[in-house]
Design a protein around this ligand. Structure first.
Ligand code: HEM
Ligand code: NAG
Ligand code: NAG
Length: 124
C-alpha cells in the first residue's frame, strides 16, 4: 500500500517491491488497529508505537481528502469526508476543524475530529 500510495501521487516515482513476509494463520493481537471512536491520546499512541509521530499521523490523515465512508454511519453510505470528493487537496483539514461552511453531505469521523482538537497537532 505504501508503494501504491507513492505511485499514485502526481509525479510519484516507481519503486521495486519484494513481498517477502511469510503467511500466518495466527490472528493478530486485538486492540492494535485505530478505532473511529478512540481518543486522540490512544490514536496518537497507537501510531507512535509504530514509529509514526503525531505530525506524520496528521499528514497521513490527509487520505480522507478523497475518501467516502460506508460502514461507520450506514445511513450515509458514500458520504465524503470533505467537500471536494475525489480531489486531493487540503480542504479536509479546514473542514474537520470547523473552519468555513461544512457541506451537508460531508460525514466527519469522530477520530479525525478529536485529533484536530488535540493541542499537539491542532495547528496543522
Ligand atoms: C486515526 C487513524 C485512522 C482511523 C481511526 C481510521 C478509520 C477508518 C474507518 C472507520 C474506515 C472505514 C470507513 C467506512 O467505510 O465506514 C477506514 C477506511 C479506510 N482507511 Fe482509515 N483510519 C485511520 C487512518 C488511516 C490512514 C492513515 C490511512 C492511509 C493513509 C487510511 C486508509 C484507509 C483506507 C484506504 C480505507 C478504505 C478501506 C476499504 O474500504 O477497503 N486510514 N478507516
Ligand atoms: C461509535 O460511537 C457511535 C456513537 O456513540 C456508535 O453509534 C458507534 O456504534 C460506535 N462505533 C464503534 C465502531 O464503536
Ligand atoms: C484553510 O484555512 C486557512 C486559514 O483561514 C486558509 O489560509 C487556507 O486557504 C484554507 N485552505 C483551504 C484549502 O481552504
Amino acid at each position: 500500500m505504501a508503494i501504491q500510495a507513492v505511485i499514485m501521487c502526481p509525479l510519484g516515482t516507481r519503486i521495486r517491491f519484494f513481498a517477502g513476509r511469510k503467511d500466518s494463520s495466527q490472528p493478530a493481537l486485538d486492540g492494535l488497529l485505530p478505532g473511529v471512536n478512540d481518543s486522540a491520546d490512544k490514536l496518537i499512541r497507537l501510531f507512535e508505537d509504530k514509529t509514526i509521530l503525531p505530525h506524520d499521523l496528521v499528514a497521513l490523515l490527509g487520505a480522507p481528502s478523497t475518501s467516502q465512508q460506508f460502514f461507520v454511519e450506514p445511513k450515509c453510505r458514500g458520504a465524503p469526508q470533505d467537500g471536494t470528493l475525489g480531489v486531493r487537496d487540503t480542504l479536509f483539514y479546514n473542514q474537520t476543524r470547523g473552519m468555513g461552511q461544512l457541506p451537508k453531505k460531508v460525514f466527519l469521523f469522530p477520530s479525525d475530529l478529536v485529533i484536530s482538537q488535540d493541542p499537539r497537532v491542532n495547528a496543522e
